[in-house]
Design a binder for this molecule. Sequence first.
Ligand code: DGY
Length: 319
Amino acid sequence: MTKPRLWITRRLSDATLERAARDYDVVINHDDTPGSAQDLIAASHAFDAIIPCHSEHFSADVVAQFGDRLQIVANHSVGVDHCDLQALKARGITITNTPDVLSDATAELAMLLMLGAARHAVAGDRIVRSGAWDSWSPAFMVGKQVTGARLGIIGMGRVGRAFAAKARGFDMEIHYFNRSRLPDAQAHGATYHDSIESLLGVADFLSLHCPATPQTADLMNADRLALLPQGAVLVNTARGALVDEDALMGALDSGQVAAAGLDCFKTEPGGNPAFAQYDNIFMLPHIGSATVQTRDAMGFRALDNLDAYFAGKAPGDAL
Ligand code: DGY
């Protein structure tokens, strides 16, 4: 039986690539460069399946130029804002993602960003590293305590709930806004707010865990940032599109926001060069899911979806 032809757009984990090579007629982009629009269009003529990452953009324009061979796009990501789902579905192409498996890794990174932003990790590291640490004083690098503080979470999906679970270990008082209120068994005592505005008023720390959609673009704009308690800390491990970056700099300048921990930016890769002048922004290069265990799990989840599809079953993570 001929194996389905699969294009893997980036260098996934070794275990993923080995499994893919066993079961598929696979071409792997060992260069690890993002697939361009032309690459995607060419692949749609030559492959039955693609495993892309969020670095490949399936815009309506690109999908309109697709050939007829491609049957399934099995994303190696939970976020699918790089895919025009409507356009892909209109072509009869199945789309899947990799939920669950990266929730803990992303929540761990949100915790790192929250703690690092609150406790001046960037400035502290720079002072020690540069040899400029020449005195100690009780007034030196005084940060904001996480333990017992109020944490606001926007988006109580899998990652939001995983982050809440970790934050409970710091005795944080957890508040959340979500499209719908969670059942008590999932909320574990977290307080539901029926509007973002209400949540912001209590969020000494605010962490974003919702997808990038037209409705959430610039969710944290100047008006909303102004509703945070003075000296709040903002954490974003979701998508850069959720934050108005100019407004964030304004809020940092005024002190409304004391610090921010960001793993994602409007422009990726690269980030916002203007952020570099802020010692109180702790920045990481979109590595929320980047652990050895999670990379394997994401790759295997994408392959599970492909296996189901080519066995004539509905993939578990079909969107
Ligand atoms: C995701 O899975 O959406 C992460 O942001 C990495 O792509």
